[in-house]
Design a protein around this ligand. Sequence first.
Ligand code: ATR
Length: 304
Amino acid sequence: MMKSVYNLDDLISRDALDAGAEKPARLAVLGWPVAHSASPQMHQAALDSNGIDARYIRLAVEPGQIREAFSRMRDLGFIGCNVTVPHKLAALENCTAVDPAARMLGAVNTVRFDEDATCGFNTDGPGFSRAIEDDFAVLLGRLSVTIVGAGGGAGQAIATQCVLQGVPNLVLVNRTADKLESLFTRLSSLGSATGILSLSLDDPSLAEQCRACDLIVNTSSVGLKPEDPSILPVACLKPEHFVYDTIYQPAVTPLLALARSQGCRTSNGLSMLIHQGAFAFQHWFQKTDPAEVLGVMRKALAGS
Ligand code: ATR
C-alpha cells in the first residue's frame, strides 16, 4: 500500500517501502509533522517531466532521529532529501560536507547522498532572494529590509541572506527582543557593510524604522490563523513598500490585505516555496533545465 506519510519503520527494506508503488522512493521530505508538506507535489511533477524513475515521499521523523533516517536512506540508495521543521540544525550536524552558505545560515534544508559524502545545502535563502527578484523585479541587495519575526527559523535564514547580499540596512523585529541577540551577533560578525538594528515589536520607533525601508517581510507565524491581526499597524506602511509574507496559506494574510489597501506591492510565500524547491532539485539533478523545472513546479502547485 502506498502511504501519504511514511516513517522510519518503512525504511527497513525496499520491498516494504515500495509495496504497491510504480516507482522506487528515492527522495523525501523529512519533518515532524510533515503531512501538510506540498514538496511531494512539486518535486514529483519535476521528476516525472524529466523522466526520472523516482518517487518523492513524506517521511515523518521524530526529533532526535535524523541520524538514523539518513543512515537508512543511504542504505536504500536514496538520492537525497529535503528537511523541514524542526530538523534543519540536526541535518547540518549529520552532514559530512556542508555548503558554506548553509553553515552561515546554521541550517540545512537540502541533502544529497553522494557515494562518499552526505552533502548539506540551504536553498531557503537563495529561494527567498530569487522570489523577491521575480515578484517585484528588483535586486534584493539594493533594498533596505525590515524582517518581522526575525527570531524564528525562517526569519534567521532570510536575515542571513540579506546580509550575504549586502543590503544597505536591515531592521530585525521580534516580539521577544532577547531572541534577536545571538542573531545580531552572528550577522554582525559576517563583516558586511549592512547596517543592522534590532527592535522589539512594541518599540516606539518601529513605524519610523519600517518606513525608512523598501521591503517589509513577515516571517512570523502571525497570519496563519483566520482570527490573526496584521502583525504590523498601518503606520508602518507606505505606498512605496514591497511587502512579502512568507505565509502562503491563506494567500492574502491580514498584513498583505492592509498593505494592499495602502497601495503597496505585495506577494506571498508561494514563490519562495517554488524557488527553494527548484534550487533543491538542481542540487540533485544538475543536468536538468532550471527554468523548465521551475515552470513545472509552479504549475503543479497552482493546480492544487
Ligand atoms: P520557527 O522557528 O519554526 O520559524 P518560531 O520559533 O515559533 O518558529 O517562530 C515564529 C516567529 O513568530 C517568532 O519570531 C515569534 O516571535 P517570538 O520569538 O517572540 O515568539 C513570532 N510570533 C509567534 N506568535 C506571535 C505573536 N502572537 N505576535 C508576534 N510574534 C509572534
